[in-house]
Design a protein around this ligand. Structure first.
Ligand code: UD1
Length: 351
């Protein structure tokens, strides 16, 4: 892996770019492959460190895992045990998603507390409360967590905030619970819809993803396996759009659903870029002369994504006027600010 990127700036960006599959979709889908009773095939799976960590967790649990290009195959039939190895659990926060699947499948899951990137305190209390509500007993000792719920029961779960991960984990665990689970104030991100699509392909009964109420009817039987293409990555797409907006140029992003990026494209339009959204992608034309936009406040989907905050802020350093950003999702998500200031950016941080 490279230690640094060398960027030679000062020229417009031109061309067509393929947007890889969404990491934030691939991770819960890889966790969901544990629910299948045969080999699941995921196409358009990005090749990223977190994905390797997720594949490592599946292998560590005894699953047969293969990758051919952008296609990943997972067969959990020779899986043994329900303990996630500490070193893999500590590598990324999304490893917590494997707990929901293990609980659904085995009625048991053991792991240490998850790791993750430095976005401030990132508790998993909502995940734990969802498992408990479904009937799992939770024990925490020496930095480890164990969940025991051989007979999970569906019920009404009201999330206090629409957490993406807690919604996904509740959906995964609910697939193994008897009866109906209704998750209200659920996150509405496109990745939740992708998880629902995958679970349905496996044979689970899941409805409502994309709205704030998700309903899962738990199955007693193991599900079958399936083939699925992961949706395009909104964060990667926002990054390419921001780069072309700032540098100027004419780019076309393939394999991304423009409907998933409407707040980002709206901001870039307001900043002076010309965007055309088509069924097969998004075209952005920019002369590199941007203007400031109305305050950008990050919010759960369909609001402005926190994951696009840094790249859009970087692009708007090229604008005339001042733009205000308000981060509402994570308490510590301005790590890029001091670095940009070192490069000469005029950014003031309050709070
Ligand atoms: C997911 C995305 C991440 C994105 C974030 C918000 C993945 C793998 N990662 O992260 O890229 O930035 O959504 O769109 O999909 N919270 C609690 N208790 C919990 C869970 C969350 O207090 O048990 C808080 C978090 O600290 C945060 C907020 O809820 O302040 C939203 O977090 P959440 O939606 O859960 O984000 P992730 O699923 O971790």
């Amino acid at each position: 892996m490279m230690d640094y990127f060398a960027v030679e700036g000062g020229r417009p960006l031109e061309g067509r770019v393929f947007v890889h599959g969404a990491k934030n979709s691939a991770l819960p889908l890889l966790a969901a492959t544990l629910l299948a009773d045969g080999e699941s095939v995921l196409h358009n799976c990005p090749d990223l460190t977190d994905i390797s960590a997720a594949l490592g967790i599946l292998s560590g649990l005894g699953c047969r895992v293969r990758r051919e290009g952008a296609t990943v195959m997972v067969d959990p039939t020779c899986r043994r045990g329900h303990t996630i190895p500490d070193e893999l659990m500590g590598q990324m926060r999304a490893s917590v998603l494997f707990l929901g699947s293990l609980l659904a499948r085995d009625g048991e899951a053991v792991a240490c507390w998850p790791g993750g990137c430095a976005l401030g305190a990132r508790p998993i209390d909502l995940h734990i409360r969802a498992f408990q509500a479904l009937g799992a007993q939770v024990r925490s000792w020496n930095g480890r967590l164990s969940f025991y719920g051989p007979r999970l029961h569906g019920r009404r779960l009201a999330l206090p905030i629409p957490s993406v991960g807690a919604t996904e984990n509740a959906m995964l665990a609910a697939v193994g619970a008897s009866g109906v689970t209704t998750i209200s104030n659920a996150a509405r991100e496109p990745e939740i819809v992708d998880l629902q699509t995958f679970l349905r392909k496996l044979g689970a009964s899941v409805h409502g993803a994309g709205t704030s109420t998700v309903v899962v009817e738990g199955a007693e039987q193991p599900l079958h396996s399936c083939c699925h293409r992961i949706l395009g990555d909104r964060i990667a797409a926002a990054t390419y759009l921001a780069a072309a907006a700032a540098a100027g140029g004419d780019v076309f992003l393939r394999d991304i659903d423009y409907r998933h990026l409407s707040t980002v494209t709206g901001v870039l339009r307001q900043a002076g870029c010309t965007l055309s959204c088509q069924e097969d992608g998004i075209r952005l034309v920019s002369d590199g002369r941007l203007r400031a936009v109305s305050p950008i406040r990050t919010a759960p989907y369909p609001g402005f994504p926190t994951d696009a905050q840094a790249v859009v802020m970087s692009a708007l350093l090229r604008s005339s006027g001042t733009t205000v950003f308000v981060e509402n999702i994570f308490e510590s998500r301005y790590h890029h600010v001091p670095e940009l200031v070192r490069m000469g950016a005029d950014i003031r941080l309050e709070g």
